[in-house]
Design a protein around this ligand. Sequence first.
Ligand code: 6XA
Ligand code: ZN
Length: 343
Amino acid sequence: MKTVLNPVHARHAASHEFFRGRLVPAHEIPQRADHILAAVQAAGLGPVLEPVDHGLAPIERVHAPRYLRFLEGAHAEWRALGGEGDAFPAVWPVRTLRSDVEPRNFAARMGLYSMDSGTPLTAGSFEAAVAGAQCALTGLDLLHAGERAAYVLTRPPGHHAGADFFGGYCFVNHAAVAAQAARDAGAQRVAILDVDYHHGNGTQAIFYGRGDVFYASLHGDPMTELPFYLGHADETGEGAGEGANLNLPLPAGTDAPRWFAALDRALDRLRAWGPDLLVVSLGVDTYEHDPISHFKLAESDFPEIGRRVAALGRPTLWVQEGGYATEAIGRNVVGVLRGFEQA
Ligand code: 6XA
Ligand code: ZN
């Protein structure tokens, strides 16, 4: 399997994040990708490629241009106002406040375009996230050229990013950009399977009203886990998208038998739906030793994810999302991808 590596991922390098009320060393760090790359190479998974630049147009098919413009200049604005280090939002337009007017004040715009204070915006966040989308688009090109699968090795992750907001460590929704590009290239039905520990609220929201992109996710119950305000089982899509959204929230402590039973439910739905192409949001923060998550998958469980996804028999784009047990992340990711290849 070919890997498309984001060559500028390390330009998004936060030192600290807000976590339980204090600034702690960031979890989402460049070493995550370094460990995965080392494991990809050690396993001889296949060639590692650079992305081809597809420009901003395919990203603007998913994200609001005014959001992207804000993101591009946000860190410079923060610094110009005297902000030190990474930028964080502090105020949000919650219920009864207006989000249809873009204020001039910088802090107000930070809040308008974000969902949490847990996502440091650094000088290179925009560049790294846009390059991640280019990697996803390049991976899609590989599928169009006849590859059975491709792996997109990027960070920061993407699935929490909505059409016009960042959050949950995410700025640009690479999986959504790839799914939309697949539709624009002629695929009739595209499925996104999200196996990250967290619900991909951004991805769900982007396609919620559409019947051409199915979003299926198994994740920590939002009653107790980020993104908290989306990801419940009763969210099944709306309008033309009714029936094209599947959420399988699972309790803290979920072990492999229960997790794989949920995966099978998701795969059964996708099989019945019949996608032309599959995008997998591949988070490995379901790992038993992940520092911020609460599922119990062992390292030896990850290849089985790949095997079961392979049984769907669709061209598959694997897009990297979360996973914070930095020392083990490479083995877990490569385990999934080898399981897929060997199936
Ligand atoms: C702490 C939690 C961020 C979760 C990011 C993630 N702010 N999403 O892994 O999939
Ligand atoms: Zn996650």
